[in-house]
Design a binder for this molecule. Structure first.
Ligand SMILES: NC(=O)c1ccc[n+]([C@@H]2O[C@H](COP(=O)([O-])OP(=O)(O)OC[C@H]3O[C@@H](n4cnc5c(N)ncnc54)[C@H](O)[C@@H]3O)[C@@H](O)[C@H]2O)c1
Length: 442
């Protein structure tokens, strides 16, 4: 442990980052900037090639960040796991989605851990950053990493969990630089915790918070995201309640927000999306069942949020009905399909659910989203894959039977909606200040 600690503290350690996506790429950049040697591994050849050429494939990660990596002899991107043999530290940032029955899908993490186990040499640290259920690190990952070798955790293999708290810039959010977000670490034993804390402290993180165990760090991540899912569900539900009472939730929120303590604002919307909020809390509900306990708040919140897309479709149906049209055959344009404003990520986006529901009703759908020029491959929306974004103008909007603002990116000229004559269903209240247009708040 002492040798590895010295190596980390002297900046001589080599870090292997497994998975160079939204989490792994900025993390590799922070480690590299602090002077560490970094090898990045990803199965996606396109990403590795772009990275080697100094090109970014994530919108909010600037070309300068990627060029810094590609121009450096301290960084190597590879599609071969063998190239990581001999690194001092593995940091795993692989996907942890849900399976078809909303159970954790740990196949990426477990499968790659099995491969890594074969190349472990001892005196190495392994940190899991992928969100997971409590106990995944100190039971399942530990078992896989030590199954077929003589390594002992806490003596010659060190194991920790450190949750990712990436905040891709969205509307109302400031993009937060990865290195200044407090970095939580918890080891499966004391030595592992000390080494993991040293890694992030020496690896460029300004504020490292070491907690007692990997489980505490795992649960903290789940609590943080459950907090969001429950509060978003609460305002989504209250929106429906207030609507029936002819009260505008947005005005209520403005009023409540004047309270300087004990209140945190969440806005209603078309549902939740992204790789975290719709998924992570269900890792907890799944694990809770195993110990004979239900996490009902999370389950109910999940149901409320999941029902929002069909509420929006009801609004579209009613708005079309008001102008004497059926959904079937109507031209409906979706504005913004990313899961939140100003990001190029449409994983689990409610826009895709709204789109599918409208397709089921035989509407003719097009979309505009300059952040997502083409619908990528997704877990559940195969029908939509490859569809391309269309341009918008007053003329194009005027040719629609209805327009739905699902995600309000800041780069859209909202003034042009003033002259649109078809119903505009606004799920984000973006058009609130524009007078005289045919807006339906949804
Ligand atoms: N995106 C976020 O803002 C965010 C925030 C907090 C936590 N997380 C968590 O971090 C983890 C990673 O999420 P992400 O958003 O970076 O995912 P991502 O899909 O952007 O990145 C994962 C990367 O892993 C690669 N990959 C897939 N299988 C692989 C394999 N077997 N071997 C090597 N590479 C492989 C993919 O090509 C991809 O580049 C997840 O557990 C997620 O829940 C994400």
């Amino acid at each position: 442990m002492e040798d590895l600690l010295k190596k980390i503290e002297n900046g001589r350690a080599t870090v292997g980052v497994i998975g160079l996506g939204y989490v792994g790429l900025p993390l590799a950049a922070v480690f590299h900037r602090s002077g560490l040697k970094v090898r990045g591994y990803d199965v996606d050849e396109r990403k590795v090639t772009l990275l080697s050429e100094g090109k970014s494939y994530i919108k909010h990660i600037g070309v300068d960040v990627v060029k810094d990596l590609s121009d450096s002899i301290r960084f190597q991107a590879t599609t071969k796991l063998e190239d990581l043999a001999g690194v001092d530290i593995y940091v795993m940032c692989l996907p942890t989605p849900l399976g078809t029955h909303e159970e954790p899908d740990m196949s990426y993490v477990f499968g790659t851990s099995e491969l890594i186990a074969k190349q472990l040499m001892g005196n190495q640290l392994f940190v899991l950053e992928s969100t997971t259920y409590p106990g995944a690190t100190d039971t399942d990952v530990l078992r896989i990493l030590t199954k077929d070798n003589q390594l002992e955790v806490g003596t010659d293999l060190f194991l920790a969990f450190s949750p990712e708290r990436e905040n891709p810039a969205g509307s109302g959010d400031e993009a937060v630089e990865t290195s200044i977000i407090p970095k939580l670490v918890g080891g499966v034993d004391e030595s592992s915790g000390v080494l993991a804390a040293a890694l992030y402290r020496c690896g460029g993180f300004k504020n490292v918070v070491k907690v007692k165990s990997a489980r505490i760090a795992e649960c903290s991540k789940l609590l943080e995201n459950s907090f969001r899912v429950v509060n978003i569900a609460l305002v989504n539900e209250l929106k429906l309640v207030f609507e029936k009472m002819d009260v505008d939730i947005w005005e209520v929120l403005d009023a409540a927000e004047t309270k300087p303590f004990g209140f945190k604002r969440f806005n209603p919307g078309p549902g939740v999306g992204g790789h975290c909020i719709p998924i992570d809390p269900f890792y907890l509900t799944w694990k809770a069942k195993e110990v004979g306990q239900r996490s009902e708040f999370i389950e109910i919140s999940g149901r409320v949020n999941a029902s929002m897309p069909s509420r929006i479709v009801d609004k579209v149906q009613l708005a079309l009905n008001d102008v004497g049209k059926a959904v079937k055959g109507s031209k409906v344009m979706l504005i913004g399909i990313a899961y939140k404003p100003n990001v190029d990520d449409c994983r689990e986006s409610p826009a895709l659910k709204i789109w599918e529901l409208l397709l089921d009703l035989q509407a003719a759908i097009s979309y505009h989203d300059s952040f997502i020029p083409k619908v990528p491959k997704t877990r559940t929306h195969k029908r939509l894959e490859g569809v391309e974004s269309v341009a918008i103008s007053e003329e194009i909007l005027s040719q629609q039977d209805a327009v739905v603002i699902v995600t309000d990116h800041d780069n859209i000229e909202y003034d042009m909606f003033k002259r649109v004559t078809c119903p505009v269903i606004d799920t984000r209240n973006r058009l609130r200040r524009l007078k005289g247009i045919n807006v339906v708040l949804a």
